[in-house]
Design a protein around this ligand. Structure first.
Ligand code: ZN
Length: 375
């Protein structure tokens, strides 16, 4: 069991792995040399989108006055005369593909951006809820105080504070004091020792705040003290990374002021100070700004695709009644009624005024094309 855990803790590289899920994590620590350190941070996570070049603007639409591969000849009338244009698309219809493509590309940007924003905002707002681990199990927590150093002056008062802290937060404080040799002999860092103490004592109960204090009185009377916080993972909404940092700093400050506080007083005072604070809703403003900014960037990149796609496309009015025209021989004639010129063989009535067209006799090929006008 322990071997199994150790493998997880140290990882394949043999290094201390702080990012394990569902494992206690360090809340930092400090020492007489001044300054507390915070080691773990809850990363708010995120997604990466690798930029992909879009599928282009589809097959490009092209018109020309001379034929090109893939083109169809269209006949249209303008200024009372027939005109021909070659196009590789139906010149009478709007380009639906570019609209669809614009919407698709825009959505491809905005849907993940929107989900990221929601995910990010949810992560940026922490509403702490009292942990009910022990109530759920129908048990009461033990308040662990183990003073190997004999530095705790009033264990009763400390236990009372720990109990009050638990009742408000559901987080169970635990305090152990050890000789420096307890961890310095076998561990590279005190953090690892504290981690092992947590796992060995509380197993998978991720609701503890373990404070390990260590010291050793050297001959010259120099107090070489250290401490380390170890937090169960279920405490993350109560001990957010900022609050853990603040708690750590407050504790470190009191421990440095040994004239004012004993070790247990420093711990008690800090627990009392943070008991109401840790249950307040916290808003990570910088995280919100970051996610909104990311969303904004995605919008800026995605929006042009939508604008281009939805851009109202004007079909020239003369194209609206255009017809594909495959005639190999083209004969034209003026309407008797309005004088407009049209192509023979393409109409049963005048394309300008709708008047009946004088019947003609022509020779057609197998495809029905007029190849020769007889009369
Ligand atoms: Zn006419």
């Amino acid at each position: 069991m322990l071997a199994e855990r150790e493998r997880e803790i140290y990882g394949s590289s043999g290094r201390w792995n702080k990012e394990e899920q569902e494992m206690p994590h360090s809340g930092g620590g400090g020492s007489h040399s001044g300054g507390s350190h915070s080691s773990s941070s809850h990363s708010s996570g995120g997604s990466h989108y690798s930029g992909r070049s879009g599928g282009g603007s589809g097959s490009s639409r092209r018109t020309s006055f001379s034929p090109f591969p893939g083109s169809t000849r269209y006949l249209y009338y303008k200024d009372r005369t027939p005109h021909f244009v070659y196009a590789n698309y139906d010149i009478r219809k709007k380009n639906v593909l570019s609209t669809v493509l614009g919407i698709v590309i825009f959505s491809a940007f905005m849907i993940p951006a929107l989900f990221s924003l929601i995910y990010g905002l949810r992560g940026a707002i922490d509403v702490p809820k009292r942990l009910t681990y022990f109530e759920d199990k129908g048990k009461r927590p033990d308040y662990l105080i183990e003073d190997d150093l004999g530095v705790l002056e009033d264990e009763k008062a400390l236990k009372k504070t720990m109990k009050e802290f638990y009742e408000t937060t559901g987080v169970v404080p635990a305090v152990i004091t050890v000789e420096n040799s307890a961890w310095q002999d076998d561990y590279v860092k005190m953090e690892q020792y504290a981690y092992d103490q947590y796992v060995n004592r509380f197993h998978s109960a991720e609701v503890y705040l373990l404070i390990v204090y260590s010291s050793e009185n050297k001959d010259n009377g120099f107090d070489d003290w250290h401490y380390e916080l170890m937090l169960g993972d279920d405490t993350v909404h109560i001990f957010t990374s900022k609050r853990t940092r603040d708690f750590n700093e407050a504790l470190n400050k009191r421990l440095l002021d040994r004239g004012e506080y004993s070790v247990d007083e420093a711990i008690s005072e800090t627990l009392n100070e943070f008991r109401p604070k840790v249950m307040k809703t916290s808003v990570n403003t910088s995280s919100i700004i970051l996610w909104v900014f990311v969303f904004f960037i995605f919008s800026i990149v995605g929006l042009p695709f939508l604008i281009v796609g939805l851009k109202p496309e004007k079909i020239p009015p003369e194209y609206k009644n255009a017809q594909p025209c495959n005639l190999t021989m083209v004969y034209q004639e003026a309407c008797n009624f309005c004088g407009g010129v049209y192509i023979i063989g393409m109409h049963t009535s005048c394309p300008y005024c709708g008047a009946a067209i004088t019947p003609h006799q022509y020779v057609r090929d197998e495809q029905g094309n007029v190849v020769q006008l007889i009369k």
